[in-house]
Design a protein around this ligand. Structure first.
Ligand code: OOG
Ligand code: NI
Length: 267
């Protein structure tokens, strides 16, 4: 699978499960903008069969390399970001994982159970990256128990492998060329922004400003019936030049920490 096939498959799954992202994308296009992706993000468990390094292999095969590492103490997460070695137009990839050992035996057992239910044929393939909650059947009680310990774990249990979000690269927009203009445009069109840590996370001095929509609810089938669950957000990023003139390509842990909360039930 080449990079454009992989990103197309990821995009198709993302907009199918998160129709609001496609609505926003279409609004940008109607407004005359060409939408370029800054990065996409994945979530996973720390099980060595599916951890950050395992998911990264598929991107490394396509010419990506690791460029940054991040730790989110309070959420018990760690993450890495990857950039394409030669083609700066390729979106960056941000992969985080839950440190399950910091949670209850119950959560650890459930995470392990999920991994064990992944069909052998999917492990080690790029198709795994958009296979969703491949460990279904989903149980609403399990979801609620996970939710009580970690919003991230509960989200991952329900939605599994997919692009958690795509990110519009504001620098490439013609008219909506500041994050303030993008946020106004989104609000005028009736979309809700994640206000955790303020509507705009980061500053020009930090070389990266980010905002995101609040995830919207989608119906999810559990063995007990269908429930509405917050699934996914769309992100917007404006990057600034470093002292050597090149555009900053990293991520800011303090801002990322708040972006994770775009899928939080508890706000
Ligand atoms: C990732 C949150 C972090 C960023 O751009 O810093 C992030 C997630 O919600 O899985 O996307
Ligand atoms: Ni992001």
């Amino acid at each position: 699978m080449n990079a454009s096939e992989l990103f197309n498959n990821l995009w198709d799954q993302y907009v199918k499960e998160s129709p609001e992202a496609l609505e926003i994308y279409n609004k940008f296009v109607e407004f005359g903008e060409e939408v370029i992706n800054d990065h996409i993000a994945f979530r996973t468990f720390d099980d060595p069969r599916i951890n950050v390094e395992q998911l990264a292999i598929h991107f490394e095969k396509l010419g990506y390399e690791v460029k940054g590492e991040y730790v989110f103490e309070s959420k018990c997460l760690r993450a890495k970001h990857f950039e394409h070695k030669t083609d700066p137009k390729q979106p960056k990839v941000f992969i985080s994982e839950l440190t399950t050992s910091k949670f209850s035996q119950y959560l650890q057992d459930k995470a392990k159970e999920c991994v064990e239910r992944i069909p052998q044929a999917f492990l080690g393939t790029p198709e795994l990256l958009y296979s969703g909650a491949i460990w279904a059947d989903l149980d609403y009680e399990v979801y609620q128990k996970l939710l009580a310990e970690s919003e991230y774990a509960a989200w991952l249990y329900v939605f599994g492998f997919r692009a958690n979000h795509f990110t519009v690269y504001i620098n490439e927009l013609k008219k909506l060329d500041t994050i303030e203009k993008v946020n106004e445009f989104l609000k005028e069109n009736g979309f809700t922004l994640n206000t955790a840590g303020g509507e705009i996370k980061g500053t020009p001095e930090e070389l990266l400003e980010q905002s995101s929509t609040m995830a919207n609810k989608v119906p999810v089938k559990f063995s007990q019936g269908t429930y509405e669950i917050l699934n996914s957000f769309y992100e917007f990023a404006k990057r600034y030049p470093q002292t050597d003139g090149s555009i900053y390509q990293g991520f800011i842990a303090k801002s990322a920490d708040k972006l994770f909360e775009s899928t939080y039930v508890g706000g």
